[in-house]
Ligand binder design. Structure first.
Ligand SMILES: Nc1ncnc2c1ncn2[C@@H]1O[C@H](COP(=O)(O)OP(=O)(O)OP(=O)(O)O)[C@@H](O)[C@H]1O
Length: 299
């Protein structure tokens, strides 16, 4: 059963094309990661799916119906990227208040325990640390026993321990039959939770595949060297020149270095480092190539 669906969903903000004919299905029981750099359109897609925004083209369905219908929205838990909590209310009061909108809310103590917030039930939210506030914001998505939760960068600002605790809570929800769609900038985060990754860049779905397959696409290395002449080299995805420095982006840096040596290239100051997701996406999107293209390049 498909719980959330976007069909050729397009969203414009004035001149900005935030989403461009996006198709996405999230089926019951899935844990799907939405991966993409800043401004890719991830939040816009979540906002359309929960009815906070309307698409300017195409359509979006929640439980097969209109996301604006409160009957469908009540079955969804959402944590937006930023949440405002009333600073003078206590943590437990906020949980009770949000829970009062649902027919069968998770009891306050149980919810707070699940998210490691039990000790903080009587603390005013204005006195919470940023990480504690974020954990509470995520916990609130689960209070109404949703069938589907949409989490926009749930672990932003959390330290390692808190991030792992949150991952455990998300995993437990999923293991009990819950469905999750979460966004992240980090493949590692999605890898820790999801089997399926939807990669989004410049408002378009670039790939929708297993974590392993996506890692193969975005896991590029930047090989930098000082060199006068370079022969044609296979499996170089992109070449950038910065005066006498040449930067080669490749999926297999070891093989590239072997090729350089075998070709007798007189390089100096060789440097190999991982690319950021941002760089990998720029590479993938820059030339509007298919995401898995490895193009032999000459400089
Ligand atoms: N209310 C708005 N008005 C104008 N432009 C907007 C609005 N909301 C989003 N945009 C633009 O739409 C594009 C997609 O933004 P969106 O927030 O969906 O991206 P994102 O992938 O969630 O980014 P991030 O990872 O930085 O949160 C961006 O270019 C953004 O500037």
């Amino acid at each position: 059963m498909i719980l959330a669906r976007a069909e050729q969903a397009t969203r414009r903000y004035g001149d900005v094309l935030a989403l461009d004919r996006v198709d996405l299905d999230v089926s019951a029981g899935e844990l799907v990661g939405l991966l993409g750099p800043n401004g890719a359109g991830k939040s816009t897609l979540l906002n359309l799916l929960v009815g906070l925004r309307r698409p300017t083209g195409g359509r979006v369905l929640l439980f097969g119906g209109d996301p604006h219908d409160p009957a469908y929205r009540r079955r969804v838990g959402v944590t937006p990227q930023e949440t405002g909590l009333p600073g003078s209310l206590r943590v437990g009061e906020v949980v009770d208040f949000v829970g009062s909108h649902f027919p069968d809310p998770v009891p306050r103590a149980e919810l707070l325990d699940r998210f490691g917030l039990g000790e903080l039930a009587r603390r005013q939210t204005g006195g919470l640390s940023g990480g504690q506030r974020r954990r509470l914001a995520v916990a609130l998505a689960f209070v109404g026993r949703p069938r589907l939760v949409l989490l926009d960068e749930p672990t932003t600002g959390l330290d390692v321990e808190a991030r792992h605790a949150l991952w455990d809570a998300i995993r437990a929800f999923h293991a009990a039959g819950g469905t999750v769609l979460l966004t992240s900038h980090y493949l590692e985060e999605i890898e820790a939770l999801a089997q399926r990754v939807v990669v989004i860049g410049q408002g378009r779905v670039l790939a929708d595949d297993s974590v392993a397959a996506i890692r193969g696409v975005v896991d590029l290395r930047r090989v930098s060297l000082t060199v006068d002449d370079l022969p044609a080299l296979p499996d170089v995805v992109r070449v950038e020149r910065d005066r006498e420095r040449v930067h080669l982006l490749t999926g297999d840096a070891d093989q590239l270095v072997r090729n350089l040596v075998a070709a007798g290239v007189a390089f100096r100051d060789l440097e190999v480092r991982p690319t950021s997701l941002e760089e990998a996406f720029l590479t993938i999107t820059a030339d509007s190539r298919p995401a898995d293209a490895g193009v032999p390049t000459t400089v």
